[in-house]
Write a protein that binds this ligand. Structure first.
Ligand SMILES: Nc1ncnc2c1ncn2[C@@H]1O[C@H](COP(=O)(O)OP(=O)(O)OP(=O)(O)O)[C@@H](O)[C@H]1O
Ligand SMILES: [Mg+2]
Length: 375
């Protein structure tokens, strides 16, 4: 996968810009608040139709403007492709792929594939399970449209089931009459989601372990464990019927607890990944640098698994990735990205080579070409 050119209009602080990328290392360099992350955000938006900062599409439109445009030319395999988006009134108004209008934003997911690493990804290790579930959902959805569809159905059923539980506060008749149907549907979708997540975590751990062995000379040994509806010890996610039955039983046995809590208490919306380093909880015991390394290793795994799946490496979008990494870890990372397309941001001039150095100032982008040692 290779980003070739992006054209932007009224996107955050970027009034108008056309930026071409090198097939390998592109470095966006500039002071704080100039528009480095905004450019990565635009690329990411063209990739999955969502921002990684904030929920509202309206925030992406320049202050005082009504519409924003993003148009990306990229190469997938040997094919030249394009995605263009028009944003307005807090929604994506029009989406085109290869100049043909498409109905839903979710149809572009999986077209221009990227792996984003930004400082917020430290929350993958230090925050609650929602961040880790989101990591799995984005990574698996890009590779498997069936997963995305199951996830969308699951959340629709969950919403209905929660509404039923809420309504039962006043009158239980409807709840008693229909809860089993909703529990069955929820369990059915959950079993498929759980199997995909379990498979993904098992593949990711191999890459994460390899990264750490290279980065730390095997001093630090990470582990990941999927904690789904069956808990830590459950080893049967491959058996869809068994997982479905397990969840259905849990849901059926605890109606009173759910009615007391006012929500569905079991299901894949409660899943987590346990992350450990040298057998200790990463969340509680890791240093900042170790947490960053773990988040980065998860992202490297996302890239490698994506490459295995679609036959080419995704574009790496690295926002401020090098800070807090010691020399060994930096060298590992810079070695790892060789030969891949990476678009990365930095405020400081670091000691590495950029094939394409782009100076960012107040929403403008000036390509100054190759920087030999970038010091
Ligand atoms: N909708 C918007 N319209 C206009 N400007 C915006 C909008 N949203 C954000 N900005 C501005 O864009 C500027 C650049 O933001 P960006 O996050 O890209 O900075 P950056 O270069 O990554 O800086 P840092 O090095 O601090 O991370 C900020 O000053 C911000 O106020
Ligand atoms: Mg930034």
């Amino acid at each position: 996968m290779q980003a070739k050119k992006i054209t932007l209009c009224n996107f955050r602080n970027i009034k108008s810009a056309e930026i071409s990328f090198h097939p390998e290392i592109n470095v966006l360099c500039g002071d704080n608040a100039q528009g480095k992350t905004n450019l990565l955000e635009a690329l990411y938006f063209a990739s999955i139709g969502k921002s990684f900062r904030g929920q509202h599409i309206g925030e992406l439109i320049s202050f005082g403007e009504k519409q924003a445009f993003v148009s990306l030319d990229y190469k997938s395999g040997e094919r030249e492709q394009s995605i263009s988006l028009c944003l307005s009134n807090n929604r994506t108004k029009e989406v085109q792929k290869n100049r043909v209008k498409i109905g839903r934003m979710s149809e572009i997911v999986g077209s221009f594939r990227t792996v984003l690493f930004c400082p917020e990804h430290l929350s993958l290790i230090k925050d609650g399970p929602a961040e880790r579930r989101q990591f799995l959902d984005i990574a698996i959805s890009a590779a498997d449209p069936l997963y995305l569809a199951a996830l969308q159905r699951y959340h629709r059923v969950l919403k209905q089931r929660n509404a039923l539980i809420k309504a039962a506060e006043k009158d239980r008749t409807m709840f008693d009459a229909t809860v089993e149907i909703w529990s069955r549907q929820l369990s059915h979708e959950a079993a498929f989601i759980a199997r995909s997540r379990d498979r993904y975590v098992k593949k990711a751990i191999e890459v994460v372990k390899r990264c750490f062995a290279d980065m730390t000379g095997s001093r630090e040994i990470p582990d990941l464990l999927y904690m789904g509806v069956g808990g830590k010890e459950y080893g049967d996610y491959e058996d869809l019927k068994k997982t479905e039955e397990l969840l259905f039983q849990k849901l059926s046995l605890h109606h009173e607890r759910e009615l007391g809590a006012g929500a569905t208490l079991w299901g894949t919306h409660k899943d987590d990944i346990e992350v450990t380093l040298n057998e200790k909880s990463a969340r509680s015991f890791c240093s900042q640098g170790q947490q960053r390394s773990l988040a980065l290793a998860l992202k490297i795994a996302e890239g490698e698994l994506c490459a295995l799946d679609c036959g080419e490496y995704p574009v790496l979008l690295f926002d401020d990735v090098l800070s807090e990494l010691d020399r060994g870890r930096r060298e590992y990372l810079l070695g790892h990205i060789k030969g891949k397309q990476v678009i990365m941001t930095t405020c400081e001039k670091e000691g590495f080579t950029a094939d394409h150095l782009i100076l960012v100032k107040n929403g403008t982008y000036e390509t100054v070409g190759k920087s030999e040692s970038f010091t």
